[in-house]
Design a protein around this ligand. Structure first.
Ligand code: MG
Length: 267
């Protein structure tokens, strides 16, 4: 480009900018139409026509549900849950007391009445204060996303066990990056971001991805799941619905849960 072309280009850019720019800093432009298109997007840089994100009102307390969350457990009732039951056991609910629900050994997994695909999930859990059992029998439970992909819940405080079965593990696949667990009886916090797998017919089109923040510490960063999370074998995918209930595992230990909420995500 010669000097004249450069100069005219600069002047053209200045003129275009001047069209949008208002005279003082209290009356600024709200976007532009003379900017380049962002690669791999349909929008221009600072595009004036790009829709604004929906407004969400955050909670006034740390860990509280924002305005667009589905509150699954607020400690007052079990209305969002169904209890799966176990063979040869009477039908029972989990216990609800003091603002938390507690695994009722033999009642079976707790399953949400709502179904979820892509989502953000917040929950808090605690192991019984009295230590009982060891390895995988110490406060084992689990967050079974879509009822089959487990983020492990376990009392991993001074509890030797296999790494891909510790709290915060994607069971049988990925140990947590670190172990930030609190002592038995104290409350742990999971914040989980889940990208559900996609299927076309019986074939996997896109695997699941999960991120887990455990007591404020990243322990899984968009890990690609290799399939389901069974015990002692390598899990595979089997096609399923795009949205399914979340379950919490009854592993015959009275683990407690509180403050559970989820947000459906459009990714
Ligand atoms: Mg488990």
């Amino acid at each position: 480009m010669n000097r004249r072309a450069v100069l005219s280009s600069v002047l053209a850019g200045t003129a275009a900018f001047a069209q949008e720019k208002k005279p003082n800093r209290f009356n600024q432009p709200t976007g532009y139409r003379d900017t380049p298109v962002i690669p791999f997007q349909r929008w221009k840089v600072h595009d004036i026509d790009r829709p604004a994100p929906a407004v969400v009102t955050p909670s006034g307390v740390a860990g509280g549900a924002p305005s667009d969350a589905i509150v699954l457990l607020d400690g007052k009732d079990l209305s969002h849950w169904t209890f799966a039951g176990k063979k040869n056991k009477p039908k029972m609910d989990w216990k609800l007391e003091n603002g938390y629900m507690e695994v009722n050994p033999g009642a079976g997994d707790a399953r949400t009445n709502e179904s979820f695909g892509d989502m953000q999930l917040h929950l808090e859990w605690s192991a019984p204060p009295e230590i009982s059992g060891d390895s995988q029998w110490r406060a084992n439970s689990g967050v079974m996303i879509m009822g089959m992909y487990e983020v492990q819940v376990l009392d991993s405080y001074n509890n030797p066990t296999y790494a891909d079965g510790q709290a915060g593990a994607i069971y049988g696949q990925y140990p947590p990056l670190v172990n930030p667990i609190r002592k038995p009886g104290e409350w742990n916090v999971y914040d989980i971001i889940w990208e559900a797998p996609r299927f076309v017919g019986k074939d996997l089109a896109k695997p699941a991805f999960v991120s887990v923040i455990f007591n404020g510490v990243v322990v899984q960063h968009r890990k690609e799941l290799i399939g389901r999370t069974p015990h002692k074998i390598v899990g595979t995918y089997e096609a399923h619905a795009p949205e399914l209930p979340l379950t919490l595992q009854d592993h015959d230990v009275p683990v407690r849960y509180r403050n559970i909420w989820a947000r459906r995500l459009t990714l």
